[in-house]
Design a protein around this ligand. Sequence first.
Ligand SMILES: [Zn+2]
Length: 281
Amino acid sequence: MTEAAEGRRAEIGVIGGSGFYSFLSDVTEVTVETPYGPPSDALFLGEVAGRQVAFLPRHGRGHHLPPHRINYRANLWALRSLGVRQVLGPCAVGGLRPEYGPGTLLVPDQLVDRTKGRPQSYYDGVRRPDGEQPNVVHVTFADPYCPAGRRAALSAAREHGWEAVDGGTMCVIEGPRFSTRAESRWHAAQGWAVVGMTGHPEAILARELELCYTTLSLVTDLDAGAEVGEGVSHIEVLEVFGQNIGRLREVLFDVVGRLPVDRDCLCASALAGQNPGIVLP
Ligand SMILES: [Zn+2]
Protein backbone atom coordinates (compact mmCIF):
# COMPACT_ATOMS: atom_id res chain seq x y z
CA MET A 1 0.00 0.00 0.00
CA THR A 2 1.39 3.38 -0.94
CA GLU A 3 0.25 6.42 0.95
CA ALA A 4 1.11 10.06 0.66
CA ALA A 5 3.54 11.29 3.31
CA GLU A 6 0.85 13.55 4.80
CA GLY A 7 0.61 13.01 8.54
CA ARG A 8 3.12 10.17 8.61
CA ARG A 9 5.94 10.54 11.11
CA ALA A 10 9.09 8.72 12.12
CA GLU A 11 11.91 9.67 14.48
CA ILE A 12 14.69 7.36 13.33
CA GLY A 13 15.78 6.59 9.78
CA VAL A 14 17.56 3.49 8.52
CA ILE A 15 19.13 3.64 5.08
CA GLY A 16 19.60 0.07 3.98
CA GLY A 17 18.08 -2.69 1.90
CA SER A 18 14.81 -4.58 2.22
CA GLY A 19 16.55 -7.17 4.42
CA PHE A 20 16.10 -4.75 7.29
CA TYR A 21 12.34 -4.16 7.15
CA SER A 22 10.73 -6.88 5.01
CA PHE A 23 9.78 -9.09 7.95
CA LEU A 24 8.27 -6.33 10.14
CA SER A 25 4.61 -7.15 10.70
CA ASP A 26 3.06 -3.74 10.20
CA VAL A 27 4.81 -1.64 7.58
CA THR A 28 3.37 1.36 5.75
CA GLU A 29 4.83 2.36 2.44
CA VAL A 30 5.00 6.10 1.98
CA THR A 31 5.93 8.12 -1.09
CA VAL A 32 7.84 11.32 -0.39
CA GLU A 33 8.65 14.09 -2.85
CA THR A 34 11.53 16.48 -2.32
CA PRO A 35 12.86 19.68 -3.96
CA TYR A 36 15.82 17.54 -5.09
CA GLY A 37 13.81 14.96 -6.97
CA PRO A 38 12.69 11.53 -5.85
CA PRO A 39 14.53 9.53 -3.17
CA SER A 40 15.84 6.06 -4.01
CA ASP A 41 12.44 4.51 -3.36
CA ALA A 42 9.34 4.77 -1.22
CA LEU A 43 9.96 4.88 2.53
CA PHE A 44 8.76 2.07 4.76
CA LEU A 45 7.49 3.02 8.18
CA GLY A 46 7.34 0.57 11.03
CA GLU A 47 7.84 0.28 14.77
CA VAL A 48 11.06 -1.09 16.24
CA ALA A 49 11.82 -1.20 19.97
CA GLY A 50 8.91 1.17 20.61
CA ARG A 51 10.31 3.79 18.19
CA GLN A 52 8.90 4.89 14.86
CA VAL A 53 11.42 4.05 12.15
CA ALA A 54 11.53 4.96 8.45
CA PHE A 55 13.43 2.52 6.26
CA LEU A 56 14.77 3.63 2.91
CA PRO A 57 16.30 1.14 0.46
CA ARG A 58 19.46 3.00 -0.51
CA HIS A 59 19.82 1.36 -3.93
CA GLY A 60 16.08 1.15 -4.58
CA ARG A 61 14.07 -2.04 -4.58
CA GLY A 62 15.81 -4.57 -6.76
CA HIS A 63 19.11 -2.74 -6.24
CA HIS A 64 18.90 -0.81 -9.52
CA LEU A 65 20.81 2.32 -8.40
CA PRO A 66 24.63 2.16 -8.34
CA PRO A 67 26.34 4.17 -5.57
CA HIS A 68 27.20 7.13 -7.81
CA ARG A 69 23.60 7.54 -9.05
CA ILE A 70 21.89 7.52 -5.65
CA ASN A 71 20.09 10.80 -4.96
CA TYR A 72 21.62 11.31 -1.52
CA ARG A 73 20.18 14.81 -1.11
CA ALA A 74 16.65 13.58 -1.79
CA ASN A 75 17.13 10.61 0.55
CA LEU A 76 18.17 12.64 3.60
CA TRP A 77 15.63 15.38 2.88
CA ALA A 78 12.83 12.80 2.60
CA LEU A 79 13.78 11.26 5.96
CA ARG A 80 13.87 14.63 7.68
CA SER A 81 10.54 15.64 6.17
CA LEU A 82 8.96 12.62 7.92
CA GLY A 83 10.30 13.85 11.26
CA VAL A 84 13.49 11.75 11.35
CA ARG A 85 16.31 13.30 13.37
CA GLN A 86 18.66 10.33 13.82
CA VAL A 87 19.88 8.22 10.92
CA LEU A 88 21.60 4.84 10.85
CA GLY A 89 23.41 4.00 7.64
CA PRO A 90 24.59 0.39 7.61
CA CYS A 91 26.78 -0.44 4.61
CA ALA A 92 29.02 -3.08 3.09
CA VAL A 93 32.74 -2.29 2.96
CA GLY A 94 36.06 -3.83 2.03
CA GLY A 95 38.65 -4.38 4.76
CA LEU A 96 41.99 -2.61 4.26
CA ARG A 97 43.82 -4.61 6.93
CA PRO A 98 44.29 -8.37 7.05
CA GLU A 99 42.75 -8.47 10.54
CA TYR A 100 39.51 -6.93 9.24
CA GLY A 101 38.30 -9.98 7.33
CA PRO A 102 34.79 -10.78 6.10
CA GLY A 103 32.23 -10.60 8.91
CA THR A 104 34.04 -7.85 10.82
CA LEU A 105 31.74 -5.09 12.05
CA LEU A 106 33.35 -1.67 12.31
CA VAL A 107 31.85 1.57 13.59
CA PRO A 108 33.97 4.27 11.90
CA ASP A 109 34.82 7.54 13.61
CA GLN A 110 36.35 9.21 10.56
CA LEU A 111 35.93 9.28 6.82
CA VAL A 112 37.93 10.32 3.79
CA ASP A 113 35.97 11.43 0.74
CA ARG A 114 37.34 10.06 -2.54
CA THR A 115 34.09 10.44 -4.47
CA LYS A 116 33.78 12.75 -7.46
CA GLY A 117 30.87 14.55 -9.01
CA ARG A 118 28.23 13.82 -6.36
CA PRO A 119 26.22 16.80 -5.08
CA GLN A 120 27.63 17.32 -1.57
CA SER A 121 25.64 20.23 -0.21
CA TYR A 122 22.16 21.73 0.14
CA TYR A 123 23.74 25.16 0.59
CA ASP A 124 25.43 25.77 -2.73
CA GLY A 125 23.80 29.12 -3.46
CA VAL A 126 22.00 27.66 -6.47
CA ARG A 127 18.28 28.44 -6.78
CA ARG A 128 16.17 25.30 -6.53
CA PRO A 129 13.45 24.38 -9.03
CA ASP A 130 10.84 25.48 -6.47
CA GLY A 131 12.34 28.99 -6.44
CA GLU A 132 13.95 28.75 -2.99
CA GLN A 133 17.47 30.16 -2.82
CA PRO A 134 19.85 28.55 -0.32
CA ASN A 135 22.69 30.59 1.13
CA VAL A 136 26.27 29.40 1.21
CA VAL A 137 26.86 27.68 4.55
CA HIS A 138 29.92 25.90 5.93
CA VAL A 139 29.29 23.28 8.60
CA THR A 140 31.77 21.71 11.00
CA PHE A 141 32.64 18.18 9.96
CA ALA A 142 35.75 17.40 12.01
CA ASP A 143 33.91 14.46 13.57
CA PRO A 144 31.54 13.23 10.88
CA TYR A 145 29.59 10.73 12.99
CA CYS A 146 27.23 11.19 15.92
CA PRO A 147 28.98 10.31 19.20
CA ALA A 148 25.73 9.12 20.80
CA GLY A 149 24.89 6.96 17.79
CA ARG A 150 28.36 5.42 17.81
CA ARG A 151 28.07 4.57 21.51
CA ALA A 152 24.68 2.96 20.91
CA ALA A 153 26.02 0.94 17.97
CA LEU A 154 29.05 -0.35 19.85
CA SER A 155 27.10 -1.34 22.97
CA ALA A 156 24.35 -3.05 20.95
CA ALA A 157 26.87 -5.07 18.94
CA ARG A 158 28.69 -6.12 22.11
CA GLU A 159 25.38 -7.18 23.67
CA HIS A 160 24.85 -9.50 20.70
CA GLY A 161 28.30 -11.05 21.07
CA TRP A 162 29.65 -9.25 18.02
CA GLU A 163 32.67 -7.30 19.21
CA ALA A 164 32.65 -4.34 16.81
CA VAL A 165 35.80 -2.42 15.99
CA ASP A 166 35.52 0.95 17.74
CA GLY A 167 36.66 3.58 15.28
CA GLY A 168 38.69 3.70 12.13
CA THR A 169 38.61 5.67 8.90
CA MET A 170 36.23 4.79 6.11
CA CYS A 171 37.50 5.73 2.68
CA VAL A 172 34.60 6.33 0.30
CA ILE A 173 35.36 5.81 -3.38
CA GLU A 174 33.25 6.77 -6.37
CA GLY A 175 32.71 3.27 -7.75
CA PRO A 176 30.90 1.44 -9.13
CA ARG A 177 34.14 -0.41 -9.87
CA PHE A 178 36.24 -1.78 -7.05
CA SER A 179 39.72 -0.40 -6.36
CA THR A 180 42.83 -1.33 -8.30
CA ARG A 181 45.52 -3.09 -6.30
CA ALA A 182 47.61 0.10 -6.30
CA GLU A 183 44.72 2.24 -5.05
CA SER A 184 43.94 -0.28 -2.37
CA ARG A 185 47.57 -0.45 -1.17
CA TRP A 186 47.63 3.35 -1.09
CA HIS A 187 44.41 3.49 0.97
CA ALA A 188 45.84 0.94 3.41
CA ALA A 189 49.18 2.79 3.63
CA GLN A 190 47.33 5.90 4.84
CA GLY A 191 46.18 3.92 7.85
CA TRP A 192 42.55 3.86 6.70
CA ALA A 193 40.51 0.90 7.91
CA VAL A 194 37.79 0.15 5.37
CA VAL A 195 36.67 1.25 1.93
CA GLY A 196 33.09 1.69 0.71
CA MET A 197 31.04 3.50 -1.94
CA THR A 198 27.96 4.88 -0.19
CA GLY A 199 29.10 6.43 3.13
CA HIS A 200 29.53 9.83 1.51
CA PRO A 201 27.96 12.29 0.84
CA GLU A 202 25.35 10.63 3.08
CA ALA A 203 27.29 11.71 6.16
CA ILE A 204 27.73 15.38 5.29
CA LEU A 205 24.20 15.81 3.97
CA ALA A 206 22.85 14.43 7.24
CA ARG A 207 25.03 16.92 9.15
CA GLU A 208 23.83 19.78 6.92
CA LEU A 209 20.25 18.93 7.90
CA GLU A 210 21.21 18.72 11.60
CA LEU A 211 20.56 14.98 11.61
CA CYS A 212 22.58 12.54 13.69
CA TYR A 213 24.31 10.04 11.44
CA THR A 214 25.96 6.77 12.42
CA THR A 215 27.27 4.08 10.15
CA LEU A 216 27.77 0.41 10.91
CA SER A 217 30.07 -1.02 8.30
CA LEU A 218 30.10 -4.73 7.62
CA VAL A 219 33.29 -6.03 6.02
CA THR A 220 32.33 -8.32 3.12
CA ASP A 221 35.76 -8.82 1.60
CA LEU A 222 39.41 -7.97 1.93
CA ASP A 223 40.15 -5.19 -0.52
CA ALA A 224 42.46 -5.84 -3.48
CA GLY A 225 45.66 -4.69 -1.77
CA ALA A 226 45.00 -6.61 1.43
CA GLU A 227 44.74 -10.03 -0.22
CA VAL A 228 46.61 -12.03 -2.83
CA GLY A 229 43.74 -13.49 -4.90
CA GLU A 230 41.87 -12.18 -7.92
CA GLY A 231 40.52 -9.10 -6.20
CA VAL A 232 37.03 -8.27 -4.99
CA SER A 233 34.02 -9.70 -6.80
CA HIS A 234 30.43 -8.57 -6.42
CA ILE A 235 29.24 -12.15 -5.88
CA GLU A 236 31.61 -12.52 -2.94
CA VAL A 237 30.29 -9.28 -1.43
CA LEU A 238 26.65 -10.38 -1.77
CA GLU A 239 27.38 -13.79 -0.23
CA VAL A 240 28.99 -12.39 2.89
CA PHE A 241 26.32 -9.71 3.25
CA GLY A 242 23.63 -12.40 2.94
CA GLN A 243 25.30 -14.52 5.62
CA ASN A 244 25.40 -11.60 8.06
CA ILE A 245 22.19 -9.69 7.31
CA GLY A 246 20.16 -11.41 10.06
CA ARG A 247 22.77 -10.67 12.70
CA LEU A 248 23.22 -7.11 11.47
CA ARG A 249 19.45 -6.54 11.55
CA GLU A 250 19.23 -7.72 15.16
CA VAL A 251 22.06 -5.39 16.17
CA LEU A 252 20.56 -2.52 14.21
CA PHE A 253 17.17 -2.90 15.89
CA ASP A 254 18.89 -2.94 19.25
CA VAL A 255 20.72 0.27 18.30
CA VAL A 256 17.35 1.88 17.50
CA GLY A 257 16.19 1.19 21.05
CA ARG A 258 19.37 2.67 22.50
CA LEU A 259 19.33 5.97 20.60
CA PRO A 260 18.59 8.89 22.91
CA VAL A 261 15.06 10.33 22.81
CA ASP A 262 16.38 13.84 23.45
CA ARG A 263 19.52 14.77 21.60
CA ASP A 264 22.33 16.66 23.33
CA CYS A 265 24.99 16.08 20.66
CA LEU A 266 26.50 18.72 18.37
CA CYS A 267 24.73 17.29 15.31
CA ALA A 268 21.48 18.89 16.46
CA SER A 269 22.91 22.41 16.20
CA ALA A 270 25.20 22.09 13.17
CA LEU A 271 23.69 25.22 11.62
CA ALA A 272 23.76 27.34 14.78
CA GLY A 273 24.57 30.95 14.01
CA GLN A 274 24.25 30.45 10.25
CA ASN A 275 21.33 31.24 7.98
CA PRO A 276 20.75 28.45 5.46
CA GLY A 277 18.34 30.61 3.48
CA ILE A 278 15.92 27.72 3.04
CA VAL A 279 13.47 26.20 5.49
CA LEU A 280 14.33 22.68 6.60
CA PRO A 281 11.39 20.27 6.57
ZN1 LIG B 1 24.08 13.30 17.11
